[in-house]
Write a protein that binds this ligand. Structure first.
Ligand SMILES: NC(=O)C1=CN([C@@H]2O[C@H](COP(=O)(O)OP(=O)(O)OC[C@H]3O[C@@H](n4cnc5c(N)ncnc54)[C@H](OP(=O)(O)O)[C@@H]3O)[C@@H](O)[C@H]2O)C=CC1
Ligand SMILES: O=C(O)CCC(=O)C(=O)O
Length: 432
């Protein structure tokens, strides 16, 4: 039987726990998701038929605060995937020292096959089904793959209808007009950019002589490609679910973003559309993109993209995991042996949840920040935690991933131990 994604994801704990003195109770506590909810969501389709979709929400651990994590709409969503994503959120929030635990949600579907009205009914139906499981002090959803501010707006509105009061802090990543934060739309990539810049400067690498390939061209991938190319990095390849394009001399990212907005796939750029100023390039596959001889590889699509099957083809020197879980645990070990520097998801993509935290704070205080304030605070947090993790990795001669988990485990272990044993004596009420 193949290993579940969650058991593969949690392999890292064994490595990190060797360096951390936390109690056996705390260790045991972190092995399992605290609460996992599976729901059926009936949706009236535009043609009058009824379709039932499967949805999930998992709260992995709430010791450090209400749980936090995005909602994914994708055909591959399963309970195992959502539990793994919630596990990563727990450690990510601890790495960034946010007052949150980890959660994640998802619905199994291809959202591209639904009309806007069907999507809205589905999103509101999902909130009806999970309303008792979430809340501004309990669990706070946000966007992830194939969800966006519009969907977050519907979800916040539906929750407010159920509660009979406007409750903006129940969901982050909302439209600005509904209490969203400035800078949340670019936050995942902006946070990753701050981490990349800090690590490249430590390694004395200059943008102009650094080539980059980015897999995935959505909220995270398209913005990081743009930020890097504007900073002078040579972004030579980008991709989406349909395929990739490559240009040795570097791609014109703003034009490709513009082109992608018109909802044509990246590969269609190859057909030399005259409206965009796109440099000469060739069409390659996603698999070929991962194997390019570049300095930096940025997986920004889905999990398990680099596994035992293709890890030996990887030529990049540095990998920044903007996607969650793009490297399997076995591949991660092989990359470490090859001397590839991997900056893990729980640091590299934590800008999104960090600005979600800022949004939650703004919603609760009623005071809203400028874009500069948001980005300055984001910069400060990303750089501070990058420095901590870099130092742990250097001091102990271990990978950045193990260092990041050590950093998170110290914070989580302390919080779990501070709570004592009261959780275990609440007569079944320990799942709030
Ligand atoms: N949004 C956020 O705030 C955060 C996201 N992340 C993580 O970043 C990753 C990307 O999320 P996000 O950008 O928000 O998602 P989006 O839905 O905005 O974009 C996903 C992108 O990935 C592409 N894609 C899908 N499947 C594949 C595939 N098999 N190969 C290559 N590309 C593929 C999509 O292609 P197409 O355009 O053709 O559909 C799309 O360009 C995920 O792992 C997510 O969990 C992490 C932290 C925060
Ligand atoms: O913004 C958030 O709350 C969560 C974002 C997310 O899902 C992630 O970091 O993977």
């Amino acid at each position: 039987m193949s290993k579940s994604l969650l058991s593969d994801a949690s392999q890292i704990l064994e490595k990190a726990l060797k360096y951390v003195s936390i109690s056996d109770d705390a260790t045991e506590h972190l092995k399992y998701p605290q609460a996992s909810l599976a729901v059926s969501i009936p949706v009236r389709m535009d043609d009058g038929s009824l379709k039932v979709f499967q949805g999930y929400r998992v709260r992995y651990d709430n010791t450090r605060g209400p749980t936090k994590g995005g909602i994914r709409y994708h055909p591959n969503v399963s309970m195992d995937e959502v539990q793994s994503l919630a596990f990563w959120m727990t450690f990510k929030c601890a790495v960034l020292n946010l007052p949150f635990g980890g959660a994640k949600g998802g619905i199994t579907l291809n959202p591209k096959a639904l009309s806007r009205m069907e999507l809205e009914r589905l999103s509101r139906g999902y909130i009806n089904a999970i309303a008792d499981f979430i809340g501004p002090d309990i669990d706070i959803p946000a966007p992830d793959v194939y969800t966006n501010p519009m969907i977050m707006g519907w979800m916040m509105d539906q929750y407010s209808i159920i509660q009979r009061k406007i409750t903006p802090a129940v969901v982050t990543g909302k439209p600005i007009s509904m209490g969203g934060s400035l800078g949340r739309d670019t936050a995942t990539a902006m946070g990753a950019f701050f981490v990349i810049e800090r690590i490249m400067s430590k390694l004395d690498r200059h943008p102009q002589e650094t080539t980059v390939a980015v897999q995935g061209f959505g909220n995270a991938g398209s913005v990081i490609a743009d930020l890097l190319s504007k900073a002078g990095y040579k972004v030579v390849a980008v991709s989406d679910s349909q395929g990739a394009i490559y240009a040795k001399q570097g791609l014109d990212i703003p034009s490709i973003r513009q082109y992608k907005l018109s909802s044509k796939g990246i590969k269609a750029v190859y057909c030399q559309d005259t409206v965009c100023n796109i440099v000469e390039h060739e069409s390659i596959t996603n698999e070929e993109l991962l194997a390019l001889d570049v300095d930096i590889l940025v997986p920004a699509a889905l999990e398990n993209q680099i596994t035992e099957a293709n890890v030996h083809n990887i030529k990049a020197k540095y990998i920044f995991e903007v996607a969650n879980g793009p490297i399997s645990s076995t591949a991660d070990e092989i990359l470490a042996e090859k001397g590839v520097l991997v900056v893990p998801d729980i640091l590299a993509n934590a800008g999104g949840v960090t600005v979600s935290y800022f949004e939650w704070v703004q919603n609760r205080s009623g005071l809203y920040w400028t874009l500069d304030e948001v980005n300055q605070k984001l910069h400060q947090k990303m750089v501070e935690e990058t420095e901590h993790i870099w130092k742990i990795a250097q001091d102990l001669s271990i990978s950045m991933r193990t260092a990041a988990y050590i950093h998170a485990l110290n914070r989580l272990g302390e919080a779990i131990n501070s709570k004592g044993t009261r959780d275990y004596y609440l007569n079944g009420k320990n799942n709030y």
